[in-house]
Design a protein around this ligand. Sequence first.
Ligand code: FAD
Ligand code: NAD
Length: 471
Amino acid sequence: PYLPQEKDLVIIGGGVAGYVAAIKAGQEGMKVTCIEKRGTLGGTCLNVGCIPSKSLLNNSHLYHQILHDTKNRGIEVSDVKLNLANFMKAKDTAVNGLTKGVEFLLKKNGVEYITGEASFVSENDIKVALNDGGETTVRGKNILIATGSEATPFPSLEVDEKRVITSTGAIALEKIPETMVVIGGGIIGLEMASVWSRLGTKVTVVEFLGQIGGPGMDAEIAKATQKLLKKQGMEFKLNTKVVSGDKSGEKVKLDVDAAKGGKPETLDAELVLVAIGRRPYTQGLGLENIGMELDERVRVIIDSEYRTKLPHIRCIGDVTFGPMLAHKAEEEAVAVVEYIKKGFGHVNYGCIPSVMYTYPEVAWVGQSEQDLKNQKIPYRVGTFPFSANSRAKTNLDMDGMVKMLADPETDRLLGVHIIGPNAGEMIAEGTLALEYGASTEDIARTCHAHPTLAEAFKEAAMATSSKAIHF
Ligand code: FAD
Ligand code: NAD
C-alpha cells in the first residue's frame, strides 16, 4: 500500500557513496532522505580521509621543497618556519568548505538531510537517534546502505589517537613527533609517513609483504617508489610483521618478526601509526533485525546490481566489495540510482584508477605485470623515463617513469603504471584509453602538447607499440 510519508529512497550514510546517490536520486525526481550521524556530510573522505590528507601532503611538500629544493633554482630563502597550528587550519578550511558545499548540493536537489544514527527496525522502517536528542522514524520504498569503513585495529595495541594513532589521529597531531613507526606500508601508511617525515619526524615503515604500496601496485613501480622515499629519509622494514605492541612505557614498543629467517626485534617510537587496512562499518545498524548477511570479511553481501538479499535494500561503497576508494563509491552511487530508477547502470571495475599522493605521485589503472603473469596472459611492456621528458627536465623534476602493458597481438592497452610528477592527473588519460579499449598505437598517434609531462605518456605508448623518439 502507498504510504504518503514513505520515501522513494532512504540513504544511510552521508559519505561519498551516500551523498552522491542522494544528489543523483534528487536529480531523477525521487523523494530522498539521507541520514548521517557524523554531524557533517562527506564521510571519511571529506572529513578525515582524502581531503585533509591531501591538504597536509600538498603543504608539507611545499615546505619541504622550500627547505631543500630552491637553491639550484636560483631562489634563496631564509628563516623558513612551520606554524603547525596554521598548517592544520588550512586543512580545516578546505574540509569545512567542501562539507558545507555538499550540504548545499543536497538542499539544491531537494534531499531531506537528517543528522542522527540510523538503525533498521524492519525491512522498510528505519529508526534515527537524532544528534540533537530524540528519535524519529523514516520509511523507505528503497533503502541504500552506505555506512563506509573504519580503520582495522591492531590487536594488543589500543588506539588512543595520541600515541597509538590511526589516520584520523595522524591528520590532527598538535606537535611534530621525533619518531614514528608506521605499521603497514600501504597507501595510508606511506601518505602519512610522507607528511610527517617532511616535517621532521624520523619515520620507520614496517611492512609484512616484500613490497610497499598495498594491493595492486606494480612491483617495479613499488621498488622505484621505495628507493625515492628512502632518499627522502624514510626507513623501511619489509617482509617484517608487527606481532604485538606495548604502550605502557614512555615509548610505544613493537615486537616484530622478520618473515624470511631474520631475527625478531623490538622497535620503539614516540608514536605508532596503525595503517593495516580498513574494515566495513555496520555497527549499530541493526542488520540483525532484518537478517542481513555479511561475508567472512564483514562486508555486506550484494549482487551485481548492488541488491542485498532483500532486493529493495541495496548497498555500495566501502561497506561492501571492491577497492575502498572514493571515486569507486561515487561511480557506484550513480549506478545504483540508475538501477533503481531505470533498471540498468554501469561501473567498469577493471578501469578504476588508484593514486598514491606521495612525492612523486604513484598512479595506476588496469592490470599490473604480476596480475598478467598470474593469469598467464601474454603482454608487451613499454616504458619512458621522466628524465628524458623535456618538461620534467626543465622543471628539475625528473624522477620516475610511465610504464604501459599491452596485448602483444592486438596491441590493446592492458595497464598503465606511473611514478612521477603529476601522475595522479596523468592517469586519467590512461583510464580513458583503457575504458575506450585503445591500442597503444592509438595513444602514440595522438598529438600531445609540447612541452608537457603528458608527452612521457605518449612516448611510453610509442615504446610499447614501436619505439620512443626521445629515449
Ligand atoms: P564513508 O566515507 O566512510 O561514509 C560513510 C558515512 O556513513 C560516515 O560518515 C558515517 O558517519 C556514516 N554512518 C555509518 N553508520 C551510520 C548510521 N548507522 N547512521 C548514520 N550514519 C552512519 N580514497 C580515494 O579515492 N582517494 C584518496 O585520496 C583517499 N584518501 C584517503 C585517506 C585516508 C586517511 C582514508 C582513511 C581514506 C582515504 N580514501 C581515499 C578512502 C575514502 O575515504 C573512502 O573510500 C570513501 O570515503 C568511501 O566512501 P563511503 O561513502 O563508502 O564511506
Ligand atoms: P592497505 O591494505 O592498502 O595496506 C595495509 C598494509 O599493511 C598492507 O600492505 C599489509 O601487508 C600491511 N600489514 C597488515 N598487517 C601488518 C602487520 N601486522 N605488520 C606489518 N604490516 C602489516 O590499507 P591502508 O593503507 O590502511 O588503506 C586502507 C584503504 O584506504 C585502502 O583501501 C586504500 O585504498 C584507501 N586509501 C586510499 C588512498 C588513496 O587513494 N590515495 C589514501 C588512503 C587510503
